[in-house]
Design a protein around this ligand. Structure first.
Ligand SMILES: N[C@@H](CCC(=O)N[C@@H](CS)C(=O)NCC(=O)O)C(=O)O
Length: 218
C-alpha cells in the first residue's frame, strides 16, 4: 500500500500479477494514491462469479472501487486517476492541449495497434503452454510481423522524442509496461525491443521507474 496525500483508499480488485492490474497499480503509485489490493483468484475463475460480474459484467480484472464509485477498463481507470489527481504525483496527461492530444494519440496507439499483436504473442507463447492449450504457429508468426511493423514506427518516433508523447513520461508510455515485460522476460522476444536502439533506450528508461519496480514486487 502506498502512502498518500488523499484520504480515500482505492480498492483495486484483481491479482497484482495480472497485466491489466499492473497498468492501474503503476498509475496509482505514480499519482501517489493510496490503494488496497483485493486479490481475487482468476485462475480459479473468481472473475466470473455472480458477485464479481455485478462490478465488471465482462468478467475480467481489474475493477476499482473508490468509495461508492466503481470503474473498470484499465486504461479508463488510469485516465480517471490522472485527471482526478492532476496536481498530485507525476503529471501523466501532459500540460498543454497539444501535449494531451499526443498522450491520447499514443495511448490509443498502444490499445489499438500495439496491444492486439503483443496480446496474441503472450497468449500463445506464455499462457497456452501453461494451460495445456494448443499454440497456433500461424498466429504467432503473423503477430510477430505485425508487432515488428508497429515497433518500427515507435523507433522512428523515439528517435525524435525521449518518450512517446514528447519529452515527458506519460500514460502512453506507462500503458506499455505490463505486456512488454512479458515479451522481454517470458517469451524470448527481447530482441524485438533490443534490435531497435531508441525503443531499447526507452524501455530501459521506463522500466527503471520506482513505480514499476514496486509493481513487480507486489
Ligand atoms: N480491456 C480490459 C482487459 C481486461 C483483461 O483482459 N483482464 C485479464 C487479465 S490482464 C483477465 O481478467 N483475464 C481473465 C479472464 O479473461 O477470464 C482492461 O484493460 O481492463
Amino acid at each position: 500500500m502506498e502512502a498518500s496525500k488523499n484520504t480515500m483508499v482505492v480498492k483495486v480488485i484483481g491479482p497484482p500479477y495480472a497485466s491489466c492490474s499492473r497498468r492501474v497499480l503503476a498509475c496509482l503509485i505514480e499519482k501517489e494514491v493510496e490503494f488496497e489490493i483485493i486479490p481475487i483468484d482468476i485462475l480459479k475463475g473468481e472473475q466470473k462469479s455472480p458477485e464479481f460480474l455485478k462490478l465488471q459484467p465482462f468478467g475480467v480484472v481489474p475493477v476499482i472501487q473508490d468509495g461508492d464509485y466503481t470503474l473498470y477498463e484499465s486504461r479508463a481507470i488510469m485516465r480517471y486517476y490522472s485527471e482526478k489527481y492532476k496536481s498530485q504525483g507525476t503529471d501523466l496527461l501532459g500540460k498543454t492541449l497539444e501535449e494531451k492530444g499526443l498522450v491520447e494519440q499514443w495511448l490509443e496507439t498502444e490499445g489499438q495497434n500495439y496491444h492486439p499483436p503483443i496480446y496474441n504473442l503472450i497468449l500463445h507463447l506464455l499462457f497456452h503452454p501453461k494451460l495445456g492449450f494448443p499454440v497456433d504457429d500461424k498466429i504467432v508468426k503473423e503477430s510477430e510481423e505485425k508487432l515488428e511493423k508497429v515497433l518500427d514506427i515507435y523507433e522512428e518516433r523515439l528517435s525524435k522524442s525521449k518518450y512517446l508523447a514528447g519529452e515527458f513520461f506519460s500514460l502512453a508510455d506507462l500503458s506499455h509496461l505490463p505486456f512488454t515485460h512479458y515479451l522481454v522476460h517470458d517469451i524470448g522476444r527481447a530482441y524485438l525491443i533490443r534490435n531497435r536502439k531508441h525503443v531499447s533506450a526507452w524501455w530501459d528508461d521506463i522500466t527503471s521507474r520506482e513505480s514499476w519496480k514496486k509493481v513487480l514486487q507486489l
